[in-house]
Design a protein around this ligand. Structure first.
Ligand code: 13P
Ligand code: SF4
Length: 298
């Protein structure tokens, strides 16, 4: 019934549904495209439909709107948010620009539209090294994720990283001791980790990468048992791709992502509630670092 209602509404409204790997499996199942943050941003630029529903958290809805100002973009739940996106503000960027002449402000896509509008480049966990490689400036103000900044800077000994101290509460809560305990329990399992985790956790992983990277690496390493150190929503796609493999997750759940439901998607399509509305000037400015990322990393 839900599926028929959705199919009818999508047709009536000329709508497409995008979903991140962290939302519930039931939402991934009905989405037209499921992806990591970068893939979703890229897909969003090539959509013909008039309406896009971004099944994810606020910064994802904003990113889709910034890249498609002429389209109507909805968030299924306007309160579904990423706490890390608010762990840096424009004041901090201004202060850093006063301090350093030769500075690039590099913002993880998990940031507010306002922060993007004051940034030079955006990046995601799947293209961080590629984007930084294309930057001439010596000083990199890496915001808001301190872990991703720290986990990226090792490859750039000639650059000076100033890493903001924000973090993803979901990934940052994982410690090396917790991973060691999991490895002890499952000694024959391969370990896959997201770069929003602490460096001490990355050291224990066989592979580190974005959600999309993890999905491919599981196939490449081809172990029967796999410890997955990221948000458990990715389990839906892992089980779909690799039904014969076993996946072990620590308790990593993103409250914001879990607020997205199929009912809420139906609701926004029916009512027009929760449209992402951004000022035209803000969109124009925030689009610059996103376009630079897409040009470098696509
Ligand atoms: P990726 O999809 O880029 O791996 O990002 C993870 C994330 O935290 C999204 O909020
Ligand atoms: Fe934000 Fe972490 Fe949730 Fe991703 S998993 S949306 S970084 S809180």
């Amino acid at each position: 019934m839900e599926k028929e209602t959705l199919a009818r509404l999508k047709k009536e409204k000329d709508a497409v549904i995008l979903a991140h790997y962290y939302v519930d499996g039931a939402v991934q199942e009905i989405a037209d495209h499921v992806g990591d943050s970068f893939t979703l941003a890229k897909i969003a630029t090539g959509i013909d439909a008039k309406v896009i529903v971004m099944a994810g958290v606020e910064f994802m809805g904003e990113t889709v709107k910034i890249l498609n100002p002429e389209k109507t973009v909805y968030l299924p739940d306007p309160d579904a948010d990423c706490p890390m996106a608010h762990m840096v503000d424009v004041e901090a960027i201004k202060e850093m620009r006063e301090k350093y002449d030769d500075l690039a402000v590099v913002s993880y896509v998990n940031s507010t539209a306002e922060v993007k509008a004051h940034s030079d480049y955006c990046l995601t966990s799947s293209n961080a090294a590629k984007v930084v490689s294309a930057i001439d400036a010596k000083n990199i103000f890496f915001i808001p994720d301190g872990n991703l900044g720290h986990n990226t800077e090792g490859a750039f000994p000639d650059k000076h990283f100033i890493n903001n101290n924000g973090c993803c509460p979901v990934h940052d809560s994982l410690t090396a001791d917790m991973v060691r305990a999991l490895k002890k329990e499952h000694p024959d399992a391969a370990v896959f980790c997201h770069p929003e985790c602490k460096a001490e956790v990355l050291e224990l992983a066989d592979y580190t990468g974005s959600t999309k990277g993890i999905l491919s690496a599981v196939g490449e390493l081809n172990k029967d048992k796999n410890i997955i150190l990221t948000e458990e929503g990715i389990g839906w796609e892992l089980n779909r791709l690799y039904p014969d493999k076993e996946f072990i997750f620590p308790d990593m759940i993103c409250a914001g992502m879990k607020m997205v439901t199929v009912d809420k998607i139906i609701h926004v399509l029916e009512t027009g509630d929760n449209e992402v509305l951004l000022d035209a000037d803000l969109i124009e400015k925030a689009k610059v670092p996103l376009d630079r990322m897409l040009a470098i990393a696509s």
